[in-house]
Design a protein around this ligand. Structure first.
Ligand code: HEC
Length: 110
């Protein structure tokens, strides 16, 4: 009986970490589509900045991000679009997860 209880707990823990990861898959997808052509694929994007810096950059609907890209009309268009407003939270979560000051390796307890 005890064993079964622990099995349920462990399954719940695994399941909830999957749903957590799934959110970031969306963020990664948006990043790959909108940013990776210039900033690199995979985990390298988040390494551009530290977690707290990313939070700053995404404040005020990406005001700082917009200012970094004044010479990149395609990025500007995306950053000012409704699409970005909808996707920015997921991109931010993804970037923070792989930020230069994060451990970067997903483990059992996060
Ligand atoms: C068309 C190419 C291009 C795309 C796409 C692009 N960027 Fe950039 N990005 C640049 C350039 C060029 C700079 C300025 C580089 C520099 O000053 O070192 C820059 C600078 C930055 C910086 C500042 C980095 C630093 O040196 O401090 C950040 C952060 C950043 N971009 C994030 C993003 C994010 C997030 C996306 C996706 C929404 C994105 N970029 C998409 C070209 C691009």
């Amino acid at each position: 009986m005890q064993n079964r209880f622990y099995t349920v707990i462990i399954c719940l823990a695994i399941f909830s970490s999957f749903t957590y990861a799934a959110q970031n898959v969306a963020g990664q997808k948006y990043y790959l589509k909108q940013c990776s052509s210039c900033h690199g694929k995979g985990n390298r994007g988040g390494g551009l900045a530290a977690g707290y810096e990313w939070k700053e950059y995404f404040k005020n609907n990406g005001k700082d991000l917009i200012s970094f890209h004044y010479d990149e009309p395609k990025v500007l268009k995306y950053l000012k679009s409704k699409k970005f407003k909808k996707q920015q939270k997921k991109i931010l979560n993804f970037l923070i997860e792989f930020a230069s000051d994060s451990q970067g390796i997903p483990s059992c307890n996060n």
